[in-house]
Design a protein around this ligand. Structure first.
Ligand code: G1P
Length: 322
């Protein structure tokens, strides 16, 4: 006997029960803010304390249950790809010395998740980079994590976003309040409240608005949980801010009601480090450095002394101590 099932219904059921399993990490940027360090090295390989920035992001994805990670790369990213391989000759030497601690450090990057790489092809913007993931992602929802934003692993932002996605079957974007004078550095959201604290409905998004046109001081930080319909919106994109295909513009089309489902924002108030900025990168090193199990105490003692010296020097030079 043939069962008569409406194929659209079946498709809906299949997409509705399946939760998020894949992460996409765009990593094809040129890193010009860190020149000359990034002249011959990908910016994603700059260390935060003793681990390259990209490793923190892959660990965050895995910790949120996303074990399939697609990294979108570009030119000069060979070191980044190699970081997720084993290094037999180094491992052999460490094994002979019975240095299990260092051996574990060499191993860990290749064991975090199943990591795939795809070349962006042309550097046409974040929307274009995410659009390249279509074939890998298929008809599933997926997360996007931007490497410039480091979320402290004690603050489970992505897990919360996946929960909202699963309960609402909606696109979810991470938002954070920033001072109004910084809004022009980010995508910015117009929002309405919902019944759930910390969750808002996004009605519009604008990429890097002039302060006068900013709909709020809620900035898009680099975490997204996207449904597959984003790819159709990306396909329709025209070049936006900076002449690039902007993910924010594709999300705005969904938020403005052109898609069937709403777009939600999870407002994050935890620890985020902007490692794409030189000052933010130094701060991240210090903040995570003072908590390091091996040398955190030594570093914080030094920092306190250093800060005393700075205060004194500022007082002498007539500048008010901070
Ligand atoms: C990208 C996005 C922007 C977002 C930001 C978060 O901009 O286009 O909407 O607010 O990441 O870090 P970028 O900083 O890559 O220029």
């Amino acid at each position: 006997m043939l069962l008569s099932i409406n194929p659209d219904k079946l498709h809906d059921m299949a997409t509705d029960v399946r939760t998020v399993q894949k992460a996409v990490i765009p990593a094809a940027g040129l890193g010009t803010r860190f020149l000359p360090a990034t002249k011959a090295m990908p910016k994603e390989m700059l260390p935060i304390v003793d681990k390259p920035a990209i490793q923190y992001v892959v660990e965050e994805a895995a910790k949120s249950g996303l074990n399939d990670v697609l990294i979108i790369t570009g030119r000069n990213k060979e070191n980044l790809i190699s970081h997720f391989d084993g290094v037999p000759e180094l491992e052999y030497t460490l094994q002979r010395k019975s240095d299990t601690n260092k051996l574990r450090k060499v191993h860990e990057a290749s064991e975090i998740a199943e990591v795939h790489f795809l070349r962006q092809g042309q550097p046409l913007g974040l929307g274009h980079a995410v659009g390249r993931a279509r074939q890998h992602v298929g008809q599933q929802s997926f997360a996007v994590l931007l490497g410039d934003d480091l979320i402290d692993d004690r603050d489970a932002l992505l897990t919360k976003m996946i929960e909202v996605h699963d309960s609402e079957q909606a696109t979810v974007v991470a938002l954070m309040e920033v001072p109004p004078e910084q809004v022009h550095l980010y995508g910015c959201a117009a929002v309405e409240p919902t019944d759930e604290p910390g969750v808002v409905r996004i009605t519009a998004l604008v990429e890097k608005p002039d302060p006068a046109d900013a709909p709020s001081n809620l900035a898009v930080i680099g975490r997204y949980v996207l449904r597959p319909e984003i790819f159709d919106e990306i396909d329709k994109l025209e070049p936006g801010r900076g002449g690039e295909y902007q993910l924010t513009d594709a999300l705005n089309a969904l938020a403005a009601g052109k898609g069937e489902r709403p777009v939600y924002g999870v407002v994050f108030d935890g620890r985020r480090y902007d490692t794409g900025d030189r000052v933010g990168w130094i701060q991240a090193n210090l903040r995570l450095g003072v908590e390091h199990s091996e040398f955190g105490d030594e570093l914080s003692d030094w920092l306190l002394e250093f800060a005393d010296g700075l205060r004194e020097a500022k007082a002498k030079s007539g500048r008010a101590p901070q």
